[in-house]
Design a protein around this ligand. Sequence first.
Ligand code: PLP
Length: 379
Amino acid sequence: MRYFDHNATTSIAPEVLEAMMPFLTDRWGNASSSYRFGHAVAEHIEQARADVARLLNAAPEEIVFTGCGTESNNTALHSAISTQPQRRHLVVSAVEHPATLKYARHLERQGYEVSVVPVDREGRLDLVFLERSLRPDTALVSIMWANNETGMLFPIETIAQQCRERGILVHTDAVQAAGKVSLDVRAAPVDFLSLSAHKLHAPKGVGVLYVRGGTRLQPLLIGGGQEHGARAGTENVPYLVGFGAAARRAQARLAEYGIRVRAMRDRLESCILRSIAKTHRNGAEEPRLPNTSNLSFVGIEGEGLLHRLDEAGICVSTGSACTAGHPEPSPVLMAMGLSPARARGAVRFSLGLDNTGEDVEALLALLPQLVHELRRAQS
Ligand code: PLP
């Protein structure tokens, strides 16, 4: 298998599994227990918290472990409106992940007002619209650090500064940015930031919500007092430890991501655009995640190409949800104003640290012929 879908999920790194193993086998105690067999595992949770904090240049006490990136996003929105009941307005971008957008729509149905910041044809945020949307009753601005489909990076530092000056809380979904670009919550003064471990070579089902010191948090889950009262539910110790190991690994390999992964992505993208006629990049060349390339192949369905590549053992993604066999064009690409045909012809290639130059050459060797055959079959 050659895997080009790292924005969907990643493999568990050997060192992450190794760090988790003792807590899946011998050290299965409950961190809240009073005897040593239990509470001794708590210090490993605190180590993991410190490791994740370092990835963000945050303080360990600002890190709350959650069940996934979706829960982190939901919690940020829920908390912002619950702690400021007089503020009934939210700002999100048109290209947020459903984990944010659907929750915002849910709040809209409950009577909140939601301003949706548009993007241009290159996937860039309309910053003038954003600034004009800010109001005295804005409870939260939630803008992702990087888009999962196009890889476009948004100017979170500027947005966070603007909101801070106006006393408005800011959340950023950094699920796709972590481990791919450097994140610094001191330079970009957000109040909330979401992470998900499974994009960082750790297991699915564990997330983080960074909560700036001094920002009030209203937890989503009501129950036990775990996570210092910030997130109820008995700690999933092995997964939290795994997240810590993944954060250490991501930090150590950040430069490699920016150089080696970027070089592979650039070769893949430029060769495809040069060697296959009628192909377009969706999203601007920069500022963009170093691993993501979203390309449309005019005249074919991305879904069709995905399946042909799958037969050859190559994994990519289209971003379109397949409803009853009819691929719906990606809402992100539609929000960019691309035609439904161009959006349906899109394929996302997302590379990672475990790709090699050989993977890229194998894909490049196969792709022109597959596109040619699919185009011939369609005409
Ligand atoms: N936000 C973004 C940008 C994502 O890409 C994803 C996952 O694809 C999520 C949030 C959700 O994270 P999780 O799968 O941990 O719920």
